[in-house]
Structure formats: structure tokens, C-alpha cells
Ligand binder design. Structure first.
Ligand code: GLN
Length: 297
């Protein structure tokens, strides 16, 4: 009987196991966040599989082409490109959104903005919702997906961002109920359009803080980040314009960064909003201001 060896990869082959181990260490040395997870996400992307599959196939050697493609991504990640731009996708509220350098990458904190609005909108209400500074469209598209009778408008100053949002609306099957327009805040809306709720994740970082942001964030569009001297430049204009665009009792919710809660709540109050509250994120930092337009009469 011949002494047959199983078709094991030679000990020095670049198997999935070995490649992941090496990359995780390399990322750790380079102080990349979540080194092992990042290595896995990028490798799964190159191999066109999900992360679980990597563990099923730990001893599979990579081809030359796969290795070359993976090396390219590792290099770009070490240079500061965010993982989501490298894979072209980021999950938000349970759905995969296409992203690239034209748009801000959806953050988990922004799911709180979505929830603050959805709480006020019954599941089957034929509500009209507006998302300002819509970027990738993650908020507007999630509204449409979570409220199947709603019609949603989204505006953004960046035509590039609107193109990405349109792709996402189509890909997630809500293209017919999400109207996306390029322009400044309320300006692209039909003059008589009134909404049950308005959400915004505007640029709110004070300009002076931009150079100190993590390199990954500095790869994102400045237009989506820079909120002017005190970070409130766009927020002020949203609060000032929102009353005229809301139905009586309609809700306005704006994402903010820590230390802006009090100032923005004051803006809401001065504009006549009621039941104004500041909500915190999981890190217990101010993250949202929510208020209600007065009932008619
Ligand atoms: N949340 C983003 C950050 O942490 C900022 C997004 C914004 O300005 N709207 O960098």
C-alpha cells in the first residue's frame, strides 16, 4: 500500500490561517483599530466570501492573484484608508450600504437619529420624511425601508453624494419612494412640501478640530465634517428653516457632537420647538437634539 499524504499545503504556503495571523500582527504594529477583524474583513472581501467561510477554509492556500490583491488592500489600510472604502460597503441599521470616498461612512451613532424619528412614525403611516445632508443615503433609505408607506425626500449639497444615495435607494429596493435632490438644505424642495419629520446629520465638527482628526476620518469628505468655527454653522440654518417645513406637531432631530447639546437645544427653543431634549449615545455623550413643532392654533 502506498503511503499517501493528504493534499496538505506545504508548511510555508500562505494559507488563510497564516495570512490572517501575519496581517493581524502587522496591523497591530501599525496601530490599526481592530487588527484581526480588519484583516478578516479585507481578506473575505478579496476572496468574495463572508468571514465565517475563512474559518471553514483556514488551510486553503491563497493564489498569487489573491495574495497580490490582499497585499494592495493591506497597504492602503496602513496608509489610512478606512476599511469601508476598501470594501466599498458598510452596514447601517441591518442593511449593507455602498460607500466610497464620495460620502461619509455611516456611523453606528447615526442609528440613534433614525430611531428618534421612527419612534414618532407609526409603522404603516403614509408619512412624509425629509433627510438633510443625506450623504450615502443611509438615513433616508432606512426610513423608506422601515416605513413601507412613507415617502422620503433627501437633499445634499454634493452631487457626488446624491449619486451614491441613489444607488443605495435602488439597490435596497426603495428607489421609487426616495426622492434625492442636490442642493442646499431645503432649497431643492417643492415650495409647498411639508413633512412629518426632518432628520439631519450635518457637518458639525469645529473647523479647528479637523486637522487633529484620525487619519481615517480625514479621508472622508470635508464637506460632510466641517461645521465652521463653532461647528454649528449648518445646524443653525437647519433649525431656522425647519419650522416652515414641518407639519404641526412634526419632529426635528439633528445629530450633534459632544458639548453641543445645550447650545443646539437653545437654538431649538428660540425657533419655537417644543419638548426639546438632548439624547446621549452609548458612550454617554450628547449625540442628538430632538424637538417638536407646535400644534396649529
Ligand atoms: N460623526 C462624525 C465623526 O465622528 C462626524 C460626522 C459629522 O460631522 N456629521 O467624525
Amino acid at each position: 500500500m502506498r503511503d499517501e499524504q493528504p493534499a496538505a499545503a506545504p508548511a510555508d504556503a500562505w494559507t488563510i490561517r497564516r495570512v490572517l495571523g501575519w496581517t493581524a500582527q502587522h496591523f497591530e504594529k501599525k496601530q490599526i483599530d481592530s487588527p484581526r477583524l480588519t484583516a478578516e474583513v479585507l481578506l473575505a472581501h478579496v476572496l468574495g466570501c463572508d468571514r465565517i467561510r475563512l474559518y471553514v477554509d483556514l488551510d486553503r492556500p491563497l493564489s498569487k492573484q489573491e495574495l497580490a490583491a490582499y497585499r494592495g488592500l493591506i497597504e492602503r489600510r496602513v496608509q489610512g484608508e478606512p476599511t469601508a472604502y476598501l470594501t466599498g460597503t458598510r452596514d447601517f441599521y441591518g442593511r449593507a450600504f455602498r460607500v466610497d470616498a464620495r460620502v461619509l461612512i455611516p456611523r453606528p451613532e447615526t442609528e440613534l437619529l433614525v430611531e428618534a424619528i421612527l419612534r414618532h412614525i407609526p409603522k404603516d403611516a403614509p408619512a412624509r420624511l425629509l433627510d438633510l445632508c443625506s450623504g450615502s443615503g443611509c438615513v433616508a433609505v432606512t426610513f423608506a425601508a422601515e416605513r413601507p408607506q412613507a415617502s422620503v425626500w433627501a437633499t445634499d449639497l454634493s452631487g457626488d453624494a446624491c449619486a451614491v444615495a441613489r444607488e443605495n435607494a435602488e439597490a435596497l429596493g426603495v428607489g421609487a419612494r426616495v426622492t434625492i435632490r442636490t442642493g442646499d438644505l431645503f432649497e431643492p424642495l417643492p415650495p409647498d412640501a411639508r413633512f412629518d419629520a426632518i432628520a439631519a446629520n450635518p457637518p458639525y465638527i469645529p473647523s479647528a478640530e479637523i486637522p487633529g482628526l484620525m487619519i481615517e476620518v480625514r479621508k472622508e469628505p470635508l464637506l460632510a465634517l466641517d461645521g465652521g468655527e463653532d461647528g454649528l454653522r449648518v445646524i443653525r440654518r437647519i433649525v431656522a428653516g425647519a419650522r416652515d417645513r414641518l407639519k404641526p406637531g412634526g419632529v426635528l432631530a439633528i445629530e450633534i457632537t459632544e458639548h453641543q447639546g445645550e447650545a443646539v437645544a437653545q437654538l431649538f427653543g428660540a425657533a419655537g420647538f417644543e419638548a426639546v431634549r438632548v439624547e446621549k449615545d452609548l458612550a454617554r455623550l450628547d449625540r442628538l437634539v430632538v424637538g417638536t413643532a407646535p400644534q396649529a392654533g
